[in-house]
Design a protein around this ligand. Structure first.
Ligand SMILES: *[C@@H]1O[C@H](CO)[C@@H](O)[C@H](O)[C@H]1NC(C)=O
Ligand SMILES: *[C@@H]1O[C@H](CO)[C@@H](O)[C@H](O)[C@H]1NC(C)=O
Ligand SMILES: *[C@@H]1O[C@H](CO)[C@@H](O)[C@H](O)[C@H]1NC(C)=O
Ligand SMILES: *[C@@H]1O[C@H](CO)[C@@H](O)[C@H](O)[C@H]1NC(C)=O
Length: 322
């Protein structure tokens, strides 16, 4: 499988776990942070861009993919200036995905890859909620349910919807193979309403990645003029054309200055992350745990508006919602 150089290295511990089985084994993992903490803001930016690449692959034909592959460097230049990384290239996964797909359609599906990258971003962001605190990881392991995460674009590896195992990696980071017999699994799933809302939030993140990338009015006009052609493909993978339309092509919209576009992207990522994290567990005490346990400065290290994430958890806690 091609994904997986980075997310799998990142989540290598988790690959030994199965999120819907319950092995009652424990083990010691020395310095969990050193194994799992490699998802910094550059990596997250890279995975998010790769997710857009796979969304693109699912809606465009081989001729267009060949064009995008040949022009990957100039098309990525604004993204690179928004997320400069001295030690690597944040557009690498996206470029390779497009160029490979121009030759052979990806297997598993583009959506499988897209979800894997988004799940890797979610997992890395979650660690920063209280980095290196194994009690926090153990609590996430306990509260979060893979059956709920699946409905908010954080699917579990063993449902074969993705190559990443968010829930299992929290457990592994806390020193457990899995939840173990001190806990239980629910098989709760998300309502259609939540799934729809998650699709809207993911669409907004993807649209804002596009907003970072588009550097000229001509490029923007091309995207907006061709959106109709992509609509069916976007709908098929659960994305919303109207969100992209409103974000990129709406009245008064134009090319956005790159740092401003970066800020808008991180803001949309904050909303998506807060939603995914809160909806990932259904225990009554979960929002209160997040409200009290999340460190806003930690989340800010991965570009998120930590105060806003904490605030939404505290609001949910005080309203008795999940
Ligand atoms: C691919 O899409 C382009 C439109 O951008 C179209 O002109 C071309 O005919 C399509 N090619 C194939 C092989 O479908
Ligand atoms: C992100 O992590 C990579 C790999 O560990 C490291 O080389 C790079 O310097 C980090 N970048 C930032 C911006 O922290
Ligand atoms: C979920 O669990 C309940 C109780 O164990 C069971 O009755 C139900 O069939 C399960 N639902 C699914 C979709 O597996
Ligand atoms: C670690 O996390 C737990 C659970 O959120 C919290 O009660 C505790 O204060 C945290 N420890 C530190 C050192 O912040």
């Amino acid at each position: 499988m091609r994904l997986l150089t980075l997310p799998c290295a990142l989540l290598a511990l988790a690959s030994q776990t199965q999120c819907s089985t319950i092995p009652h084994r424990q083990r010691d993992i020395p310095n969990p942070g050193q194994h799992t903490m490699r998802g910094n803001i550059s990596a997250i930016a890279s995975w998010t861009y790769a997710a857009l690449a796979y969304a693109t692959i699912s809606t465009t034909n081989t001729t267009e993919l060949s064009y995008l592959c040949a022009n990957a460097a100039p098309l990525s230049s604004r993204y690179l200036s928004a997320f400069p990384e001295t030690s690597g290239d944040v557009s690498k996964f996206a470029r390779e995905a497009i160029c490979n797909a121009a030759r052979t359609p990806p297997s598993p599906s583009p959506l499988w890859y897209m979800k894997s990258y988004l799940a890797a971003a979610f997992t890395a962001q979650s660690y920063y909620g209280d980095r290196l605190n194994t009690t926090y990881y153990a609590q996430l392991c306990w509260f979060v349910e893979s059956s709920l995460l699946a409905g908010v674009w954080v699917p579990c590896a063993d449902t074969q919807e993705s190559g990443v195992d968010a829930e299992g990696s929290f457990c592994a980071s806390a020193g457990y193979y899995d939840k173990g017999d001190y806990s239980w699994y629910t098989n709760a799933t998300q309502t259609g309403e939540v799934v729809g809302e998650a699709g809207g939030l993911v669409s907004r993140v993807m649209a804002r990645v596009v907003g970072v990338v588009l550097g000229s009015e001509r490029q923007r006009e091309w995207v907006c003029g061709n959106l109709g052609r992509f609509a069916e493909g976007l709908g098929r993978i659960g994305l919303k054309r109207e969100v992209v339309e409103e974000e990129v092509c709406g009245r008064g919209k134009g090319v956005v200055e790159v740092q401003k576009a970066r800020g808008e992207l991180l803001s949309a990522m904050t909303d998506l992350f807060a939603f995914q994290l809160l909806k990932g567990g259904s225990d009554r005490g979960y929002p209160k745990f997040l409200c009290e346990g999340l460190k806003k400065d930690g989340l800010a290290q991965v570009g998120l508006d930590g105060a806003r994430v904490v605030e939404s958890a505290c609001n949910a806690a005080s309203h008795g919602q999940q």
